[in-house]
Design a protein around this ligand. Sequence first.
Ligand SMILES: Nc1nc2c(c(=O)[nH]1)N[C@H]1C(S)=C(S)[C@@H](COP(=O)(O)OP(=O)(O)OC[C@H]3O[C@@H](n4cnc5c(=O)[nH]c(N)nc54)[C@H](O)[C@@H]3O)O[C@H]1N2
Ligand SMILES: Nc1nc2c(c(=O)[nH]1)N[C@H]1C(S)=C(S)[C@@H](COP(=O)(O)OP(=O)(O)OC[C@H]3O[C@@H](n4cnc5c(=O)[nH]c(N)nc54)[C@H](O)[C@@H]3O)O[C@H]1N2
Ligand SMILES: [Mo]
Length: 766
Amino acid sequence: MTESLTHSSHWGAFSVTPEADGRLEITPHKGDPDPSPILQNLTDALRHPARVARPMVRRGWLTDGPGPTTRRGHDEFVAVPWDDVIDRLAAELKRVESEFGAEAVFGGSYGWSSAGRFHHAQSQVHRFLNKTIGGYVKSVGTYSSAAAHAMLPHIFGSVMDVARHNVTWDQIVEHTELVLAFGGLAVKNSAIAQGGISQHIERLSMGAAAKRGARFVLISPLRSDMPPDANAEWLPIQPGTDTALLLAMMYVLDSEGLADMDFVDRYTVGFDTFAAYMRGTSDGQPKDPHWAAPITGIPADTIAQLARDAARARTLVTNSHSLQRSEHGEQPLWASAVLAAMLGDIGLPGGGYHYSLGSLGHTGRAPAAVPLPTLPQGDNGVANYIPVARITDMLENPGVEYDYNGNRLTYPDIKLMYWAGGNPFHHHQDLERLARALGKLDTFVVHDFAFTSAARHADIVLPATMSLEREDLGAGGTDSLIVAMRKLAEPYGEARDDYSIFAGIAERMGRGENFTEGRTAEQWLEHLYERTREALIARGDPAPTLAELREAGDLAIPMVPDDGALMARFREDPEANPLATPSGKIEIYSETVAAMGYDDCPGHPTWLERFEAPRGDAPLWLIANQPATRLHSQLDYGAHSRAGKRDGREVARLHPEDAAARGISVDDVVVVTSPRGACLATADISEDVLKGCVNLATGAWYDPVDIGGQIVCVHGNPNAVTLDRGTSRLGQGCTGQLSCVEVARWTGQVPSVRVHRAPDAVSDVA
Ligand SMILES: Nc1nc2c(c(=O)[nH]1)N[C@H]1C(S)=C(S)[C@@H](COP(=O)(O)OP(=O)(O)OC[C@H]3O[C@@H](n4cnc5c(=O)[nH]c(N)nc54)[C@H](O)[C@@H]3O)O[C@H]1N2
Ligand SMILES: Nc1nc2c(c(=O)[nH]1)N[C@H]1C(S)=C(S)[C@@H](COP(=O)(O)OP(=O)(O)OC[C@H]3O[C@@H](n4cnc5c(=O)[nH]c(N)nc54)[C@H](O)[C@@H]3O)O[C@H]1N2
Ligand SMILES: [Mo]
C-alpha cells in the first residue's frame, strides 16, 4: 500500500504514507506555514516494541484477587485472552458497584488522549462509567490551569473567556506596541492544540509584529521561552517571583501618576483596599522597586523604567500557564490583570491582559462558529469530586476533609481506579509517593496503546489502538479545519478501540445498549458529525457528507470574526456587557475570595512567602516545563523525542557557574535530588538558563530502579523529585513547574533505560 491518507494530531495535521520497511512518511498539512517537528515522532511509532500487544493482568491480581498490595509496579504480567479479561473486569466493576457504590470508583482519568473527537479516550471512559455503574468520582480543572480555573472567574471571567475570546495574533501583528510576556511565548508550546491544529501562526505573527516595531519583553528564567523572531529583550526573573515584579510596576504607575485611573474607576472594583497594601499603608512595606529588586533579581531601575514604558505604549500583559503551575500560582495572574487594568488598555485592539497566550495553539485565535462533533458523556450520579491534582492526597486520606475554592470537601474512599487516555506517571508530582498510594487500591485499570509507567503500575492493562488504526475526525475548536483522520493500518497485535473495549465490558455487565445506543463506531461518527453538518447547512456553508469529507481529506469551517471579543464589548459598555465576575467588573479586591479566609490566597493580589524555597540541600530551582520534542509523555519513544535525549537520557540544562561549582561538564551523567526522590539526566550547560536554576523538561517515561536502597528514575523524569502540594486552598492546582533540588555528578553505576519496551508476558493463564 502506498496510498497517502490524511490524519491529525494535537501537534498538527498531516498526511501519512506507509513505507516498505513499516515506517511512516509524515508530511505536514500543505496549509501549515510552520509545522511542528513533533510530527516526526510518528514515523516509527506504529509497530514499536513499547506498544501493548495483548491484554495483560498483574500476576498477583490474578492469583490473590483485588486488594491492597505493595506489588503494583513490581509484579510480572500475564497475557490473558480478551474474553477472559472482559469477564473478570466486568465482574470486578459489579463487585465494587454493589459493595461500595460508584463513589468508590475514580474515573477522573485526566489526560490528553488522542486528537479524534469520537475515540477521545477520556470521554469514552467517562461515558462508560456513567452508563454502566451510574457515575464515578470525577476531577475538576486541569494540570494545565487548575489555579486559573478556580481563580479567574472570581476576578476576570472564565478561563475560556480570558484564554480564547480575547486578544488575537492578528491584533498583535497590527496594534500592540509592547508585549510583557510573563513566562514567555515559546513556539514549542503553541505547536500544540487539543483536537488538532492545521496552521502554526505564532512564530510568524511575532516576527511580523516585531518587524512593525512592536517590542517584546521576555520575563522568564529561560531565554528559550521566546523565538528569535520576536527579537525580544530577556528579563531573567527568579522563579515564582513575578507577583513582586508586578506589584512594584504598579507602585511606580501609582506613585508617578501614570495609572489610568479613569479605567480603574469605571471598570474595576476594590482598588483602594489593594492600594493600601501596594503603597504599604496597611502593612508598613511599600511594594516599590527597591523592595522587589532583591526578590526578583531585577534591578529597581529596570523595573521602574519598564512600568513607565508600559504606561506610554499600547501594552499587552500575557501570562503563560506555567506561571500558575507553582505555589501561590493564583497571585501572578491576579497581579497581571490588575497591572493591565492600571495601564488601561484592556478592550483596545492588541492591548490588555491575556491568560495563556502562546502556551497552546488555541489562544489568540477566533473560535469555530459551528458546534464540533462531541461524544455525549451521560449523567454522573456521583456528586463528590477532587481538584485534579489532589489524586495522591485522595488515596492517602479517605474520609478526610479539605478546602477547595470556598468549599469544604471530603476525600472519597476509592477501591477501583480507571484510566484511559492519560498518564498519571507523566503528569503527577512526587511519583514515588503516588506509586505507594496506588497500593491502597483494590484494582487499577489502564487502557493505552503504549506500555507507559502508569500501565506498569496497573493490575489490568488493555491494549488500545492508536488513532492511525481507526477512523475519526480531528477538530480543535480554534482551528479552521475538520480533518478526516483516516485509518492507515490494522490494529497492532490484539489492540482494540477504547470504544469497542468499553462496549464489550458494558455488554458483559448487561448494560451494552446503555453505552452503545446500538451504534457501531462508524454510526457514531456519522451521528456526531451530523450536528456540525446541520449547523453548516443552516448557515448556507458547504456541508459535505462524512464520505465526501473523507474523500476531500478536510473541511474548512467558518470561524467567529475577530471583533475584539468580550473585552472590547466590556470596554464599550460595562453595564450592558458585564464580565462574568460577581460585580461584572474586574475585581482588584474580591469579597468572595476574602470571605474564604485563606491565608494562602487573600482578597487581593499579595506577595506571599513560599513553603518551597532554595535551601542547603536543595539550593537550585528545578524548572520542569513542557518538552520541545514531544507532547507530554506521548510517543516518548518516537524518533524526534529520542533524538533530543543524550545517551538515552533526558537533558538537564544548567548555568555555567552552577555547573562549574559542582564540577559538572557537558554530557556528564548527573543526579537530580530532592527530599522526594532522585533521577538521572545528561548534563548540558547554557547561558540561556538563569543562574540558580536547572531545566529538566517533563515527559521522559518514569523508569525507577532500586540503587542501593534508593529509588532512582534512571531516565530523567522530573516528577521523581517534584513536590506534590496544591497552589493554595483556593486553587489546589498542580505545582509541578517549580521545586527545589540539588544536582551532582553521578559516579555510581549507570543502569540503562529499559522503559521503552513493553514487559514480556510471563505466560498465559491456563
Ligand atoms: N512537573 C510537571 N508536571 C507536569 C507539568 C509541568 O509543567 N511540570 N505539566 C502538566 C500538564 S500542563 C499536563 S496537561 C499534564 C499532561 O499529562 P497527560 O495528559 O496525562 O500526559 P500524556 O502523555 O499526554 O498522556 C496521554 C496518554 O494517553 C495515551 N493515549 C493516546 N491516545 C490514546 C487512545 O486513543 N486511547 C488510550 N487508551 N490512550 C491513548 C498516550 O499514550 C498517553 O500515555 O502533565 C502535567 N505534569
Ligand atoms: N512541545 C510541547 N508543547 C506543549 C506541551 C508539550 O508537552 N510539549 N504541552 C501543552 C500543554 S498541555 C500546556 S498546558 C502548555 C503549557 O504551557 P506553559 O505552562 O506555558 O509551558 P511550560 O513550557 O511548562 O512553561 C513555559 C515557561 O515558563 C517559564 N517559567 C517557569 N516558572 C516561571 C516563573 O515563575 N516565572 C516566569 N516568568 N516564568 C516561569 C519556564 O521557563 C518555562 O519554559 O503547553 C502546551 N504545549
Ligand atoms: Mo496542560
